[in-house]
Design a binder for this molecule. Sequence first.
Ligand code: AP5
Length: 221
Amino acid sequence: MRLVLVGPPGAGKGTQAQFIAEHVGVPKISTGDIFRANVSEGTPLGLEAKEYMDRGDLVPDEVTIDMVRNRLLEKDAVGGFLLDGFPRTVPQAETLDDILRESADSKLDVVLELVVDNEEVVRRLSGRRTCRTCNHIWHVDFDPPQQDGICDLDGGELFQRDDDKPATIENRLEVYDEQTAPLIAYYAGRGVLVGIDATGPVDDVTLRAIDALRPYSAAER
Ligand code: AP5
């Protein structure tokens, strides 16, 4: 399955991506995670991306597209993938169509939209904590670790993302409305968009997602 997750910052894309990718049996490719790994390693890509990420702006398309193109050409992604955080602009979506056509004579099967309102997004982002070693996502109220600041899964240190400060969250929501929301109409027009209610407990959202994707899985076609 070739699948894209779309939704505003804090909709739960990263949280759901892990479960869905495992369920469907495809690699999860998160542009946010790739950028953050480059930032923490201090690579030239990370240094360039950091200034945009800290403001809550998008990293320029030319940088992002090359990075994703290279990742999609890796062996594990040839048969399918779950993209989290890409595409985020209509030019990125058009380029993704080109990459798939050129590399594997294929196209996207489905774009899953996680629908959640801004008030909930702010609540989720302000309490988010991420494990420094395994990247697992926690929330101080909705999904707290047993011990404050420590990941239950591997004992790693939990940190708050720099772009989860209130002013940056506000800008990220504006950027989403202006630059990413037009993708909803783009993909609806191609007949590949499926939306689900992404509110309520994480497990309920996962079940809704798996249900919505069932018609697109190879076994069902
Ligand atoms: P990225 O990392 O992709 O950030 P984002 O899209 O803003 O999404 P988030 O990671 O903030 O939220 P999410 O939807 O994954 O929510 P999560 O699961 O963590 O990108 C970061 C930056 O990188 C961008 O701003 C940009 O600068 C750059 N970038 C990345 N891709 C790019 C691209 N293609 N082009 C250009 N630039 C790009 O959940 C949030 C919180 O809510 C967590 O604490 C979680 O525990 C909690 N939660 C999740 N689900 C529930 C639930 N059902 N109920 C209660 N709490 C929940």
